[in-house]
Design a binder for this molecule. Structure first.
Ligand SMILES: [Zn+2]
Length: 418
């Protein structure tokens, strides 16, 4: 029964996702959308569609392979065999659990590796975005794995110790510790992890620094540091973000963004990010994620002691580590539903942040220009299929954002007339 449910959920989602991807390809329009005519020449627009097509094809191949690998592993009784083999070493549940989850995670990474290579050196290279050398690619991956191993390791160590010492009723404390770890990570990541990948430099004195400082002061937005990141070492794509909390906030702009946009556009992009802060979007998303996690821990406290779940995967020996692995598979359908809801919420927040930027800058035009320039430079798909948007998109399609901003301009122009 449970096995049937999980298979249906996994295959069902795979089919839905693939259908969304295929629909998305058919949804690509021949002619440039109205708002973008004149900015996008036909050739550049065609190229954006080829880029979408190349990425989608890779996505379909990779998700197919991942699903087949998982089902095959399950069918060959991999979950039980791995456990039985590891337990012959008599390391105890704590270390066996570490190895069990570690080996599965490593297997997943190895399967994904060829796709990561092809994504960077095949597709991104072909469309002229890639700036990553093989050396950077290898060192990035090694660093990523080391960081994941440390974070996942610390998390599992605490979780296993709690479970093995106090049993399943300890779940609220396990959740509380996980939530605290998440806060700590959000705080530490920009200070410790990001500098492992990027070089941060203080924004040089000049017009841009003055404009950004003036905007932040005007908005009463305390910033400790203005930084420039050398994103161009990896990709020609641009980005901007904030890190830190309270008075410790830092603003970071990619050098690629600075090099391609005039100052009013840069201030607008920044204003959009300030909007996310002022409207408390960041906090709301964090709280929602913790709520989701709370629900997960609560459900896990039942599922880890549920013999039918182990039986469904042919696992003979009930343990916390195998239970957690199987539970994560069982929870995938719930995760997808949760994702669809949070993405919709997040898309609404994007409109709100756009509106905030337009209002505080006093003009939606620079943000419109920035959005159009960004989508043109990154060969962004302007007409994603609605199904794909609802399954995956944290941001609304750019034409919708542009239209909302232009409507804003129109309605404020009408109020000014009065
Ligand atoms: Zn945003």
């Amino acid at each position: 029964m449970i096995a049937g449910f999980i298979v249906c959920a996994l295959v069902g989602y795979y089919l839905l996702d693939t259908a969304a991807n295929l629909l998305n390809l058919r949804y690509l329009k021949e002619e440039v959308p109205e708002d973008f005519a004149g900015i996008y020449d036909a050739q550049r627009y065609k190229r954006s569609q080829q880029y979408t097509k190349a990425k989608t094809e890779l996505e379909i191949v990779s998700s197919t392979l991942m699903l087949v690998a998982l089902l095959l592993f399950w069918w060959l009784n991999g979950f039980d065999r791995l456990d039985v083999w590891l337990r012959t070493f008599n390391l105890g549940d704590f270390w066996t659990g570490f190895l069990y989850i570690g080996i599965l995670a490593a297997g997943h990474e190895l399967l994904d590796l060829p796709f990561a290579v092809f994504r960077t050196f095949g597709i991104e290279e072909r469309f002229g975005f890639n700036r990553t050398t093989w050396q950077t690619f290898v060192s990035d991956h090694l660093k990523n794995w080391a960081i994941s191993a440390i974070v996942l390791g610390a998390f599992l160590a605490i979780l296993f110790w709690l479970l093995l010492t106090f049993g399943l009723p300890v779940w609220p404390i396990a959740w509380l510790i996980t939530a605290s770890l998440a806060v700590l990570l959000t705080y530490l990541a920009p200070a410790i992890i990001l500098p492992l990948f990027f070089k941060f430099q203080s924004m040089p004195e000049g017009e841009l620094r003055d404009a950004v400082t003036a905007y932040c002061q005007h908005q009463n937005f305390a910033v400790r540091d203005l930084l420039v990141i050398d994103g161009s070492r990896r990709s020609s794509k641009a980005n901007a973000f904030f890190t830190g909390f309270g008075r410790n906030k830092r603003v970071a702009l990619y050098d690629t963004l600075i090099n391609h946009h005039p100052i009013p556009e840069l201030v607008s992009v920044l204003a959009h990010e300030v909007g996310h802060f002022k409207k408390r979007h960041v906090l709301q998303h964090f709280l929602l994620a913790q709520l989701g996690l709370f629900l997960m821990f609560w459900l896990a406290s039942y599922c880890l002691a549920w013999p039918a779940l182990f039986a469904a995967f042919g696992v003979s020996h009930m343990s916390y580590y195998v239970g957690l692995t199987l539970f994560s598979l069982l929870m995938q359908p719930l995760g997808i539903v949760f994702g669809i809801l949070t993405y919709a919420w997040s898309r609404r927040h994007e409109f709100e942040a756009d509106r905030f930027a337009a209002e505080t800058v006093g003009d939606p035009a620079p943000l419109v220009d920035a959005l159009i320039r960004l989508s043109k430079d990154t060969l962004h798909n302007l007409t994603p299929h609605p199904l794909l948007v609802s399954l995956h998109a944290t941001h609304p399609p750019v034409p919708q954002r542009v239209r909302a901003l232009r409507n804003l301009a129109r309605s404020s122009a009408m109020t000014n007339d009065k």
